[in-house]
Design a protein around this ligand. Structure first.
Ligand code: S3P
Length: 450
């Protein structure tokens, strides 16, 4: 788990054109859900293309601890022999979810309506993050939670032996909270209803339906009203995990700012609840094409082709798009530094409670590298310097946050001086092949030990 090991300082040096094909790993959100829903189905789920990052491996370990049989067949191929909805066994030990908010929140949801207890912990980043957003709704089902002050991990959840269904309006745009409530609703009798004002990623709804649950989504004036019928028998599935648009963001953005680049990023899922970054980049004048557009497993997919874009313009990012690109703001702020004019990002309060306070982490690092940034509680503005004018030269703190570390490595590819991060180890949580993949394209990222 990141944050438990030795820091790995890394430096990114200006590089020539990035060229070639970037085969990014499987989608993190879908990988977690494949493990978890596989563990709640009766029989064997087969998964290919699983993201074998630390976050998902921690979820795999957790599913074993709750009694599922999880087997690694190599090369991203896994099987999960599930124990059925409500079939979780009480774990013998503390469940360590490492760096993963998605892992811990979704797993808390699924055990909250079973008559067992479990204690959860994580690394220094995860143990700072708010869990009341999950413990509040699971309390409505009848679960109890005992954590540290402020609703922080480590925390014990005592599941409800006789759960009742709930109707819950999610107070913040969060797919993790929505998913935790739906997963808890699986083992409650009757109908559980979750309402979200803004659409967040809908993988849980799509996958629950794929596993045979009765689930409907209605778009109303209140927002999206999702109704799940409890206590289904989930049927095992064969899942081909699509590639992660949030990981694709790094080679795409690197190509846009690095002179002469032309990079193909094949097979990227463009589910509208995830693809906001690409729309935004195109509005900024990025040379970013969707090639070979098609449908796979009911999801829109395309090959992304990103070419160096010397005339990027700052824009005001549509705040209604925030949820669909929430993990991509850090790397967008790097692209914004190379654009002419201001890039204004509003309605992004959630960025402050991710693996790090992402507004603060990026603003401080960008400022140290010569870029002006203004910020408020739920907004920030990057004052772009235009291509070729970003000084660089500083060391940035990654705060145990993979996306912060990778964003600063992308920054250093086109700055006048190299950019360093104090710790690139967290990159392994979501994109373990980041360094070799970027090197293959022509990037120059070194470790201090090199
Ligand atoms: C995720 C939801 C988002 C996102 C995270 C993955 C998920 O978190 O930032 O990386 O898989 O459901 P929130 O639910 O906190 O917005």
């Amino acid at each position: 788990m990141s944050g438990h090991g030795t820091p790995i300082p890394m430096t990114s040096h200006a590089c020539g054109p990035l060229k070639g094909e970037a085969n990014v790993p499987g989608d993190k959100s879908i990988s977690h859900r494949s493990m978890i829903l596989g563990a709640m189905a009766v029989g064997e789920t087969r998964i290919s293309g699983l993201l074998e990052g630390e976050d998902v491996l921690d979820t795999a370990k957790a599913m074993r601890a709750f009694g599922a049989e999880v087997t690694d067949h190599g090369n991203g191929n896994w099987t999960v022999h599930g124990v059925g909805v409500g079939g979780f066994a009480e774990p013998e030990n503390v469940i360590d979810c490492g760096n993963s908010g998605t892992g811990v929140r979704l797993i808390m949801g699924c055990m909250a309506t079973t008559g067992i207890s479990a204690t959860f912990t994580g690394d220094a980043s995860l143990n700072k993050r708010p869990m009341a957003r999950v413990t509040d709704p699971i309390a409505l089902f009848g679960a109890q939670s005992f954590g540290r002050s402020g609703g922080r991990l480590p925390m014990t959840i005592v599941g409800a032996a006789n759960p009742v269904p709930v109707r819950y309006e999610v107070p913040m745009p969060s797919a993790q909270v929505k998913s935790a409530v739906l997963l808890a609703g699986l083992n409650a009798p009757g109908q559980t209803v979750v309402i979200e004002k803004e659409a967040t990623r809908d993988h849980t709804e799509r996958m629950l339906s794929g596993f045979g649950a009765e689930i409907t989504t209605e778009v109303t004036e209140q927002g999206r009203v999702i109704t799940l019928t409890g206590q289904p028998e989930l049927k095992p599935q064969t899942i081909a995990v699509p590639r992660d648009p949030s990981s694709a963001a790094f080679p795409v953005c690197a190509a846009l700012i690095t002179p002469g680049s032309d990079v193909l990023v094949p097979n990227i899922g463009l589910n509208p609840t995830r693809a906001g970054l690409f729309t935004t980049l195109r509005e900024m004048g990025a040379d970013l094409a969707y090639e070979n557009e098609r449908e796979e497993g009911g999801e829109p997919v395309a090959d992304l082709r990103a070419r160096f874009s010397p005339d990027l313009k700052g824009i005001e990012v549509d705040p209604t798009r925030a949820a669909s690109m929430i993990d991509e703001y850090p790397v967008l702020s790097v692209v914004a530094a190379f654009a002419e004019g201001d890039t204004v990002m509003k309605g992004v309060k959630e960025l402050r409670v991710k693996e790090s306070d992402r507004i603060d982490a990026m603003a401080n690092g960008l400022r140290a590298n010569g870029v002006d940034v203004d910020e408020g509680e739920d907004w920030w503005v990057v004052h772009g310097l235009g291509h070729g004018n970003v000084p660089g030269g500083a060391t940035c703190e990654s705060h145990l946050d993979h996306r912060i570390a990778m964003s600063f490595m992308v920054l250093g590819m086109a700055t006048q001086n190299p950019v360093r991060v104090d710790d690139g180890a967290p990159i392994a949580t979501s994109f373990p092949i980041f360094e070799p993949l970027m090197a293959e394209l022509g990037a120059r990222i070194t470790r201090d030990t090199d």
